[in-house]
Design a protein around this ligand. Structure first.
Ligand SMILES: [Zn+2]
Length: 339
């Protein structure tokens, strides 16, 4: 199997997967999920400043999360949301396919999809960057809640971490360790007094993503804005879609202040949920990040997949810690089965 491809499971693969999980039957494993209906939004790109329209569509089982650039003709328009397609990681996570077609700033949308337990979704977008909305995952979570989700026929496949994998870059560190559910711990330490040292840990059991993480906004420093704009970045950035800290490093410039006292470290966890969802399946493991960012989060996935003994695919039993992870949304009514 070549990494970076969307894997289509045949019936015999599914049977083999169940044989390797003897406690589960085809009727008891947690199944894949997609949207109940299509739903869209319009906004501006944080870095491009361009207005974009995006529509999230239901998608077939085992197709994963894929972007489709509606302003690009032909097969090159499809950009699978996978770690192997991550290109630029300056200030955001940008996907690029083999044809060189890009979709930028995917991490907050990816975080919302992962936090909602969506396995399959086709995202049509008419430009090169996902709209920033308010700088958090909450508007995307709201869209997904409005559309609703449905269970599909095939079982959800998760990635179980079997041994600790660590990547470092100077003082930055990111690791994944074996655990029964997806949990994240993050530490940041900024010279700015408005942020300084913050640490937060969360296990993404039912509702935790929505209440603890989803509303945390991206952040930046007043003096960075001019530099970023000189590099063609942050053109759409404003106090409407980011927390901005003043040039003295002591004060938040947004009139309404912060949404959480430690909003900064919570946003770093929000980013990590999105970046790690590019594994292509939910991760059963414990993430630990110290000053990590998009680049190191992606290197962590590359290191995980480079070691075949560090992980395995698994199905998930209902009621288990793993099953409760990612259940950000209320369970839909039973018996709704699609595709
Ligand atoms: Zn972010």
């Amino acid at each position: 199997m070549r990494w970076g491809e969307v894997v289509k499971l045949s019936k015999s693969d599914v049977v083999a997967a169940f044989k390797s999980s003897p406690e589960l039957s085809e009727h008891t494993a947690i199944r894949q999920r997609t949207l109940k209906t299509a739903i869209g939004c319009t906004g501006i790109g944080l870095h491009s400043g361009a207005k974009v329209t995006m529509v999230l569509h239901p998608a077939e089982a085992d197709t994963g999360i894929r972007f489709k650039r509606t302003d690009i003709a032909g097969r090159g328009a499809i950009v699978p949301a996978l770690w192997s397609n991550v290109g630029d990681t300056r200030m955001n996570t940008c996907l690029v396919n083999e044809a060189g077609v890009q979709v930028g700033t995917v991490e907050h949308l990816m975080s919302a999809l992962a936090g909602s337990g969506i396995d399959n979704c086709l995202i049509e977008i008419n430009g090169p960057e996902v709209p920033v909305m308010d700088g958090s995952a909450a508007p995307f979570l709201f869209l997904i809640e409005c559309a609703g989700t449905v269970e599909q026929v095939l079982p959800r496949r998760a990635i179980r971490v079997l041994k600790r994998v660590t990547v470092t870059d100077g003082e930055k560190m990111a690791s994944l360790s074996p655990a029964s559910a997806f949990s994240l711990r993050f530490e940041i330490d900024f010279a700015s007094q408005a942020i300084s040292r913050q640490e937060f840990a969360v296990t993404l059991t039912r509702g935790a993503f929505k209440s603890e993480i989803s509303r945390a906004r991206t952040f930046g420093f007043e003096q960075e804005v001019a530099m970023l704009r000189a590099h063609g970045l942050a053109r759409g950035g404003s106090l409407d879609n980011a927390v901005v800290i003043d040039s003295t490093g002591t004060k938040v410039l947004n009139d309404d202040g912060l949404r959480y006292g430690d909003e900064f470290v919570r946003h770093k966890i929000l980013d990590a949920v999105g970046d790690l969802s590019l594994a292509g399946a939910p991760i059963l493991g414990a993430f630990h990040g110290v000053r990590s960012g998009h680049a190191l989060n992606n290197q962590l996935l590359r290191a995980l997949f480079a070691d075949q003994t560090a992980w395995t695919y698994t199905t998930v039993a209902p009621g288990s810690a793993a099953a409760n992870g990612f259940a950000a949304l209320p369970a839909p009514e039973p018996m709704v089965v699609n595709g």
